[in-house]
Design a protein around this ligand. Structure first.
Ligand code: ASP
Length: 354
């Protein structure tokens, strides 16, 4: 009888407690584009995998310790902002006039509160700046010197703009500076064969204006113990962008969105298309109004709608049950997750499916 009672206690108390504890998950991206094995050295690939792993672990440890999804996405992104491997924070791409202008966003799925910054050049962690706008101001979006002043007054670390300088990014600018081309962050033609549309005209336009399309933004989405979702994204934008250009990242609903009722979403890709397609909110709306899964909704937007329009890139998304989707229509996307089972996955290329 005692044994029976013990078994019942295990089934009703301990097992649900474990199930409760494992209900956290996080996914990250470090940009999408033509990321091909043949263009990658073993060393560089190992560097990317190690940094993605470090970012994932930083976020996941917070979640496991009972921390919030907001804290987790910020921690994961800050690791990538501090790494010159990614086009965010240190290592951000240059504008046409040789500066780094950074954009970032964060959104809380529980309250649907959001904060974003655009065109900032002196704040070490743009994602932390976005969070301050969300939590300590009545606004959603702040730009340029006004945003910088606000977050400085809030005690956030400022840096000289030269902090963001890296030689490799400057060389990228020098190559195309005197052209009208803008360039995103990972090499070459970004669309996979599978998803290439037959829109010759569109392709011609893209080839003419963006011959070397690259995307290197970083993002994170997470589900915490309380069932709350959060999304955040941080970027330097596009090489040779006109000063003052703002991409999709700090536009809530375009590059970043979170709603506990649907999903948390962070995007990377050709910002102008992501703005015009309102990508992140469209995914949420498809889930809400058409009752589709996070996988179905992200596939529809990334592999159908964006491809039809000519917009290369991808998204990461997580729903309230911890289901993760990370489709992209490019050759590769730096990406990874720790799911609700605690399984860790890191991928770079198109053929590396979990
Ligand atoms: N979406 C970003 C932008 O257009 C670029 C990127 O994803 O790398 O600013």
């Amino acid at each position: 009888m005692k044994n029976l009672l013990a078994c019942v206690a295990i089934i009703f108390c301990i097992i649900p407690a474990f199930a409760q504890q494992s209900k956290v998950a996080i996914a990250i991206h470090g940009g999408a584009g033509t990321i091909l094995r043949e263009n990658m050295t073993e060393e560089r690939e190992a560097d990317y995998r190690a940094k993605l792993d470090e970012a994932l672990k930083a976020g996941h440890e917070i979640l496991e310790a009972g921390g919030s999804s907001l804290d987790a996405v910020v921690a994961a992104i800050q690791i990538m902002e501090e790494s010159p491997l990614f086009n965010a924070g240190k290592g951000a791409v240059f504008t046409n006039d040789g500066k780094n202008e950074l954009d970032a966003a964060i959104m809380d799925g529980k309250t649907r509160n959001a904060g974003t910054v655009a065109g900032i050049s002196t704040v070490k962690s743009p994602v932390a700046a976005a969070r301050l706008v969300m939590e300590n101001s009545p606004h959603v979006m702040m730009i340029g010197p006004g945003a910088e002043q606000f977050v400085r007054e809030q005690g956030l670390e400022s840096v000289d703009p030269s902090y963001f300088y890296t030689d490799s990014r400057f060389q990228q600018l020098e190559k195309i500076r005197n052209t009208e081309n803008q360039q995103l962050d990972h090499d070459g033609d970004q669309r996979s064969d599978e998803t290439k549309s037959d829109e010759g005209e569109r392709q011609g336009y893209l080839d003419e204006y963006f011959p070397d399309r690259k995307f290197g933004t970083v993002g994170a989405v997470a589900l915490d113990h309380d069932g709350n979702l959060a999304a955040a994204t941080s970027t330097g934008g596009m090489t040779n962008k006109r000063y003052g250009r703002v991409g999709d990242v700090p536009i809530i609903g375009a590059g970043t969105y979170a709603d506990n009722a649907t999903a948390a979403i962070s995007a990377t890709g050709h910002g102008e298309y992501f703005i015009r397609s309102v990508v992140a909110h469209d995914i949420s709306a498809i889930m809400k109004y058409q009752n589709k899964s996070v996988q179905e909704a992200t596939n529809t937007v990334v592999k159908d709608k964006l491809v039809e329009m000519g917009g290369g890139g991808g998204v990461i998304a997580i729903d309230g049950a911890g289901n993760i989707a990370m489709p992209f229509n490019t050759k590769g996307m730096y990406r990874g997750y720790v799911n609700t089972e605690g399984d860790v996955y890191i991928g770079i290329y198109e053929d590396e499916q979990p």
